[in-house]
Design a binder for this molecule. Sequence first.
Ligand SMILES: NC(=O)c1ccc[n+]([C@@H]2O[C@H](COP(=O)([O-])OP(=O)(O)OC[C@H]3O[C@@H](n4cnc5c(N)ncnc54)[C@H](O)[C@@H]3O)[C@@H](O)[C@H]2O)c1
Length: 261
Amino acid sequence: MNTPVRTIVVTGGGAGIGRAVALQCAARGDRVAVLDIDGPAAHSAAAAALAAGANAALAVECDVSREESVVRAFEEIAASLGPLYGAFANAGMDAGGFVHELPFETWKRVLDTNLTGVYLTCKYALQQILKTGAPGSVVCTSSPGATVSFAAGAAGAYSASKGGISALVRCMAVDYAKYGIRVNAVVPGATETRLMWANVEPSAMPEMLRRICEEVPLGRLASPEEPARAVVWLLSDESSYVTGSHLVCDGGILAKACISV
Ligand SMILES: NC(=O)c1ccc[n+]([C@@H]2O[C@H](COP(=O)([O-])OP(=O)(O)OC[C@H]3O[C@@H](n4cnc5c(N)ncnc54)[C@H](O)[C@@H]3O)[C@@H](O)[C@H]2O)c1
């Protein structure tokens, strides 16, 4: 199926899964807006997107947890790249801790970035897609933590934020279906990015990697390009009858019971 040239915005596009999505959209000739709180990373990804074949690429330094920052970014996108077709609401962070000791500030930072950030991205993306009067596609990044508790524990804030994203995706899918706007979630498993190791001491990394490879049914971490391919499919017409769904790209984690007997 031939996909027309479209404008796609990617939050957290400066690194990891977001950057991989920006580059894969670029390779199919889209116009790509890369938003990231890390301005230089956004600029580097936008330059790489142009080199990969993007019709146009825009970098915007944007903190998705702050409404004025998101508003400004979407104004820039409309002015530079024209009508919006799709959004990948993906920017996220992880800070662990058991609830009885978790500082309120940490809880708020995780929820503000992950859940409020997705809400704000979707709010302004949907406004722009609705203005076009044409169909669109929105993909949000959830996690296995939305459905099950991580065995390592101390992931309450992160998991709560991802559970919220999953609920929001289902609500938006139903609310915007009548406009031809599809809303789905991608569920990456353990993926080799900076965030994957956010709560791990460098000295503990080799042992953790060994255990992940032993316990994940596919026996390895994903590369960022692997969940990215699932996202690009959801952003394409190939998935034209898919909305409200969770596309699990986790190497089999969620399919596996935690007890070994
Ligand atoms: N890596 C994994 O194992 C894994 C698994 C499941 C879900 N996820 C989710 O995938 C998404 C992408 O993470 P990643 O693994 O590619 O990590 P990453 O750290 O490589 O990328 C995250 C990007 O988000 C940006 N970001 C952080 N806070 C931001 C903010 N307030 N505003 C704008 N940008 C911000 C960072 O600067 C970074 O470029 C996250 O939502 C994460 O929760 C990751």
